[in-house]
Design a protein around this ligand. Sequence first.
Ligand code: HEC
Length: 169
Amino acid sequence: MAARRDLSNPLPRRGLAAALTTLLLSTATAATDGIPDPLPGTAPGDVERGRAIVANRQLGLCLLCHSGPIPEEPFQGNLAPDLTGAGERSTAAQLRLRIVDPGRINPATIMPAYYKTEGLSHVAPQYRGKTILTAQQVEDVVAYLQTLRTLFAQPPQPTPPAGPSKEKP
Ligand code: HEC
């Protein structure tokens, strides 16, 4: 049995393990790393404009699925995580990818790809080749999402008085 691999020799296995680790790391990076650079031809994102896009029922439609710290909009969605804290949970690069093409983070997502024209199905003729948001609007939304931090969204909780704990008064 000359072809049989000598499993007592650790070297080939270490090589395989290293190759597998590299493969796993590279696929994970490709899928979730995000888009580090601002989209081409854009100015720095504007937080106020981004907030207006997220709140807008025709443009962003984010509140169809998400809720968020936008108290003037009474009806907000519960199909997706609350956007409060989104700026802590994800980097700008991850947020950009999430808005541009969420299917690259979660292939089964119901969230629309806001800046993608390739590979979409069921697109009405008048919208073919067009993105939902412009590149600048994507940058504005990313800038706004980065400001959403729980640290500022929640008022500081009062410290309970020291002493014997009374669970139920
Ligand atoms: C049709 C429903 C839908 C719409 C519309 C939608 N999303 Fe989402 N979004 C989701 C779902 C569901 C998730 C949870 C992760 C997943 O399934 O991909 C998500 C995840 C996210 C996340 C990451 C989760 C977090 O909060 O940390 C962000 C950020 C986000 N969406 C932002 C937006 C913004 C901004 C808009 C509007 C421009 C938007 N979404 C529009 C459904 C939606």
